[in-house]
Design a protein around this ligand. Structure first.
Ligand code: HGY
Ligand code: MN
Ligand code: MN
Length: 413
C-alpha cells in the first residue's frame, strides 16, 4: 500500500494537541473558549497555513482552512472534526479527525494538487458540550440550529454563559448567525473519528464505515424536595429529592433495556443540594443521556422518566422540571459516500465493515446541509472518554489514507 500520509506528522499532531490540557496526568481536559482551546487553535491555524490553506475562524470559533477549487463556486468537500474534549478524557476523541484534515491538506499541498471543487478542512468547538451542556455546537452553528437563547442560558460550572465565554475569548456572539453555511455551499462532509467501542478490535477490522448514527436526547432533570434534618425527620415525612432522582434514573435505565434496539440511557452527572451527609436532599439536578437508532425508543424512555416524576410528585413536597438540552434524530450517512469510502479502503488494502455509531458526531448535524460520511478507526479495548483512550498511530494513519483518497475523488467529481 503506497502511503501518501506521514506517520511522524500524525503522531506529532496528536502529541502536540494533547499538551494543551488543563488536567495533565489525569487524562485530557480541553474545554471550549479556554486557554487550552486558544493554544490548540493557534497550533491548528499554523498547521493549516503551512499546508497552503486560506484560514478563517467563524463567529462561533470553528477553524476553516480552504483549498480553493478550479471552480470556486462549486459546492465544497469538507473534512474535519472537533478539538474540545470531555473532562479527563482521551487524546484521540476529536483530534483524530482534525489531524486527518491537517494531514490530508499537507498531502494535497506537497503534491501540488488542486481540484474542480474547493476543499474545506475544519476544526470544531464544543462538540462534547462538556463545558456548557448541549454539545454539537459548531455544527449546529453552521446548520442554523443554534439559538441566541442557548448562548444566553447555557452556562458552565462557574455560571458563565456560552455567549459570555465567547466574548471573553474574542468572538462576537451577536454574530453567531454568520456561521450559518448557505444551502448548496457544501457537497460532502467526511469525518474520521475513533470508534469509542470494541467492535473493530474484536473483529480485527481496520476501518468502520458508519451507515447509521443514533439519535440522542440530553435531558436536564431538576427535582425540588425539602431539605430536612437527616436524624429527626421520620422516613414517612420526607420530601427527599435524591430518592426521587434515584427512582427516576432507575426507571430510565429499565425503560432503555425494555425498549431494545440497542437503546441506552445514562445518568453520568448529578448535583445534590445543599449537599451535606446529614441533610435530606433539597434539590437534585441530573442529566439523562438517551440514545437509540429508533426515535420511538428514545420517546419511550422519556415517557418512563416523566411518568416516574409524576408519581414522585404525589408527595406534595416534590416538584420537578425537565429541560431538553439537545436532541437530534437518528441519521443515515450517504450511501454513495459509503461506497466511495469502502472502495478507497479496498484499493489501499484496508479491511473495513459497515456499522452503527452509538456515539454522536458533528457529521449527524452536518447531514442537514451536506452528504455525509463517517469512518471509525479502532479504539484499544473499546475505551474512550477516559485517559486510557488509545488508537495505534499506524491504525490512525490507515484511516487518514482512506479519507484522503475519498476526499480527492469527491473533489474531482
Ligand atoms: O457523546 C458523544 O457521543 C460524543 O462523544 N460527543
Ligand atoms: Mn466524545
Ligand atoms: Mn468526539
Amino acid at each position: 500500500m503506497s502511503m501518501r500520509t506521514n506517520l511522524e506528522r500524525i503522531q506529532r499532531d496528536i502529541e502536540a494537541l494533547s499538551a494543551f490540557n488543563s488536567t495533565p496526568g489525569a487524562g485530557l481536559t480541553r474545554f471550549s473558549f479556554s486557554e487550552e482551546h486558544k493554544k490548540a487553535q493557534d497550533y491548528i491555524v499554523k498547521q493549516m497555513e503551512e499546508a497552503g490553506l486560506q484560514v478563517r475562524i467563524d463567529p462561533c470559533g470553528t477553524i476553516i482552512g480552504r483549498l480553493e477549487g478550479e471552480d470556486p463556486s462549486a459546492p465544497s468537500v469538507m473534512t474535519g472534526s472537533h478539538f474540545d474534549s470531555v473532562r479527563n478524557g482521551g487524546n484521540f476523541d476529536g483530534p483524530a479527525g482534525v489531524i486527518t484534515a491537517l494531514e490530508t491538506a499537507r498531502v494535497f499541498h506537497e503534491n501540488g494538487l488542486k481540484f474542480r471543487r474547493p476543499v474545506e478542512f475544519i476544526a470544531m468547538v464544543e462538540e462534547e458540550g462538556a463545558r456548557f451542556g448541549g454539545g454539537l455546537f459548531a455544527s449546529r452553528a453552521m446548520t442554523g440550529r443554534l439559538t441566541a437563547q442557548e448562548l444566553a442560558t447555557f452556562r458552565d460550572g462557574d455560571g458563565i454563559s456560552t455567549g459570555e465565554a465567547m466574548k471573553a475569548f474574542g468572538l462576537d456572539p451577536d454574530r453567531f448567525q454568520e456561521a450559518v453555511r448557505k444551502p448548496g455551499e457544501i457537497q460532502n462532509f467526511i469525518e474520521l473519528h475513533i470508534e469509542q467501542g470494541p467492535i473493530l478490535e474484536a473483529e480485527q477490522k481496520q476501518l468502520g464505515i458508519v451507515e447509521t448514527i443514533v439519535g440522542i436526547r440530553e435531558l436536564e432533570v431538576t427535582i425540588h424536595g425539602r431539605p430536612d434534618h437527616a436524624g429527626t425527620t421520620p422516613m414517612n415525612m420526607r420530601a427527599d429529592s435524591f430518592l426521587a432522582a434515584a427512582r427516576t434514573a432507575l426507571a430510565a435505565t429499565e425503560a432503555a433495556v425494555q425498549a431494545g434496539e440497542g437503546t441506552v440511557a445514562t445518568v453520568g452527572k448529578a448535583q445534590v443540594l445543599p449537599g451535606s451527609f446529614n441533610i435530606v436532599a433539597g434539590t437534585v439536578t441530573f442529566f439523562v443521556d438517551i440514545r437509540s437508532r429508533n426515535k420511538a425508543c428514545i420517546d419511550q424512555v422519556e415517557k418512563a422518566i416523566r411518568e416516574t416524576l409524576q408519581k414522585e410528585a404525589e408527595n406534595p413536597g416534590i416538584t420537578w422540571e425537565i429541560r431538553v438540552m439537545m436532541e437530534t434524530d437518528p441519521v443515515e450517512t450517504d450511501r454513495e459516500v459509503c461506497r466511495i469510502l469502502e472502495e478507497s479502503a479496498g484499493e489501499l488494502g484496508i479491511t473495513s465493515k459497515r456499522m452503527l455509531s452509538g456515539a454522536g458526531h458533528d457529521a449527524m448535524i452536518m447531514a442537514d446541509i451536506a452528504k455525509i460520511g463517517l469512518v471509525f478507526v479502532p479504539s484499544k479495548g473499546g475505551r474512550s472518554h477516559c485517559p486510557e483512550e488509545w488508537t495505534d498511530y499506524d491504525q490512525l494513519q490507515k484511516g487518514v489514507e482512506v479519507v484522503c483518497a475519498a476526499v480527492e475523488k469527491l473533489a474531482k467529481a
